[in-house]
Ligand binder design. Structure first.
Ligand SMILES: *Cc1c(COP(=O)(O)O)cnc(C)c1O
Length: 432
């Protein structure tokens, strides 16, 4: 499989090149040059197939012979070492729980896959890859954890001192091994500026590759298609409607790749919070990005979704095509809180605010339809948004083991000022 850019039809690169570059030239995004095709045996055996087997069979179509089959099978087993169960919430409505990974959010899947692919290529080339990331909290922990103990890769993570929650800080600073946390005396924008300065100025010579673990990396997108097949494997129906709570629309793009490979899903719904750029696009036919607004489902506070460009290309730059496959609705924070409360009181199921937006979306789509099974993606463990969950439901969900164990560990960080010289010294001491 080769990869092309959304902004340049002539450019073609290998999977390895696409993963290492992240962004295509002119800020385009890499997409597979064609949709994958899966053998008949895959479809014949899909119902009941394990997540790891799905990951291997689907993933190898994207990776081709760039990673040998045996290595790739091990890689998939390692990435997908936790379950993604489909849980019934009420009649005909199911939650696909994507939060059983190490940092309790769906981004674990993409981050772990990307980390292991990059690690594989680094080792093959006898290079060391150093990932520099700035984080305001959540995404950074999935990235850092995804690379934990991956040989050939170091991660240096910059976070603003005192500006992340206790649990987020523990997730960033208790990894150890190949993960280093730099606690910056500044705000998130300072962290990001330091990282940009390093990319522009730090000359790593030959054997060290300095790179970012950008969320638009193709290696984060591909594994986000695996669990759509796995949802169908579990529900064993060919007519499900799937609703994805969406921000940058990477998660739902994974679903559309699965659909285009032949997965039988009846329809998709992209549910958003007040950041309604895509619902507006489907109504008006005009894509108008806007500044983001803050909501309680803050991982989806995005006014100009980065993966719109990929979806727009997939749907032939045609709004009507887009709308035939994906419906999109926006929901307020009040509606989200009310859904969390109702779902807990009536069904005993605790939603996080993102999952609640997803549940609103699937219920709206299936209103009056008693036959079609509806699935929404539950993208984070409710504990990650404790204040909102407590306020909406009045209860405190029990902490999962992964979060408990990291809360008991000792924080380890290196404090630096908002001063590039200090970052440069750390990089030089380690890598020159
Ligand atoms: C990132 C994130 C989303 C949004 O996913 P996109 O791929 O950006 O649409 C939804 N929920 C949670 C918890 C997230 O962290």
């Amino acid at each position: 499989m080769q990869y092309i850019s959304t902004r340049d039809n002539n450019l073609k690169v290998t999977f390895e090149q696409a993963v290492k570059r992240g962004l295509a030239p002119n800020k385009g995004l890499f997409v597979p040059e064609h949709y994958i095709t899966l053998p008949k045996s895959f479809w014949d055996n899909l119902y009941g197939m394990s997540l790891q087997e799905i990951g291997y069979q689907v993933g190898r179509q994207y990776v081709g012979d760039e990673i040998p089959d045996d290595d790739f099978r091990k890689l998939c087993e390692d990435v997908l070492s936790f379950d993604i169960p489909l849980v019934k919430v009420k009649d005909n409505i199911y939650s696909l729980e994507l939060f059983h990974g190490p940092t309790c959010a769906f981004k674990d899947v993409g981050a772990r896959f990307m980390a292991r692919c990059l690690g594989y290529f680094s080792r093959q080339r006898n290079e060391k890859t150093v990932i520099l990331v700035a984080t305001s909290g959540d995404t950074g922990s999935a990235v850092a954890n995804g690379f934990l103990n991956v040989p050939g890769v170091d991660v240096i993570i910059l976070y603003p001192s005192g500006k992340v929650s206790e649990i987020q800080e523990k997730q960033l600073t208790t990894n150890g091994n190949n993960i280093t946390a730099l606690e910056v005396n500044g705000v998130f924008d300072d962290c990001q500026a330091l990282v940009k300065t390093a990319f522009a100025n730090f000359d790593t010579k030959d054997r060290i590759k300095l790179t970012s673990a950008n969320s638009i990396n193709i290696a984060r997108l591909i594994p986000q298609s695996f669990y759509y097949y796995y949802a169908v494997s579990q529900i064993k129906r060919d007519d499900a409607v799937i609703c994805v709570p969406s921000g940058n629309f990477g998660n739902i793009t994974g679903g559309i790749l699965a659909l285009k490979s032949g997965l039988k899903v009846k329809h998709f719904v992209a549910a958003t919070n007040a950041n309604d750029t895509v619902p507006q696009y489907l109504q008006s036919g005009v894509y108008t990005p806007k500044p983001s607004v803050q909501t309680i489902s803050n991982a989806m506070d995005v006014g100009d979704p980065s993966n719109f460009e990929r979806l727009d290309m997939i749907f032939g730059h045609n709004c009507k095509n887009f709308g035939t496959t994906i419906s999109s609705y926006s929901f307020t924070d009040d509606a989200t809180r009310a859904k969390m409360k109702e779902t807990y009181q009536q069904h005993g199921y605790i939603l996080d605010p993102h999952g609640a937006v997803g549940m609103l979306g699937i219920e709206k789509q299936l209103a009056g339809d008693r036959d079609t099974p509806g699935i929404f993606l539950e993208t984070a463990h409710p504990c990650k948004f404790l204040d909102v969950v407590q306020e909406a439901t009045g209860i405190t969900p029990p902490l999962p083991e992964t979060l408990k164990s990291c809360l008991n560990k000792q924080k380890e960080s290196i404090k630096i000022d908002n001063d590039y010289k200090q970052l440069e010294k750390i990089l030089a001491d380690r890598y020159l």
